[in-house]
Design a protein. Structure first.
Length: 131
């Protein structure tokens, strides 16, 4: 679907919004159920901790992954195809790069937010000062 075709057909536009809203509510409901079922689950607590730093992670992800790592990490298409099951391997590789990028961005935010000036100018002064 393109935006032009969605605007010409309001029923499709409504269906797209309905699909998005139902997916969002399903995700929120599922996570709410998990949080109620496993009150002291370490992975959920860790996700909540990481979720507090989303602005900083976004800023660092843009600066580190999209500006620097994109020029350094180049995965040739031949390599993906030669590994067998290129689509699956590519998705696993993308997930691994994403998780590593998230960890790098998260720990960069924790480190950089210690500086008052960097915290103010880069993250909008939203993180507490760590002495």
């Amino acid at each position: 679907f393109s935006m032009v075709s969605l605007m010409k057909d309001p029923v499709s536009l409504f269906a797209q919004y309905l699909k998005g809203a139902s997916g969002s509510f399903m995700t929120i409901g599922g996570l709410f159920y998990l949080c109620q079922s496993y009150k002291a689950a370490a992975p959920l607590l860790m996700m909540g901790k990481v979720g507090q730093y989303t602005l900083g992670i976004f800023v660092m992800q843009y600066m580190v992954l999209e500006q620097v790592a994109k020029k350094i990490i180049v995965i040739p298409d031949m390599l993906i195809g030669s590994l067998g099951g290129g689509y699956i391997i590519y998705n696993i590789l993308s997930l691994a790069i994403g998780c590593i990028g998230l960890m790098i961005s998260y720990f960069s935010v924790l480190f950089l937010s210690r500086s008052r000036k960097v915290n103010l100018f880069l993250f909008g002064n939203q993180y507490k000062y760590i002495s």
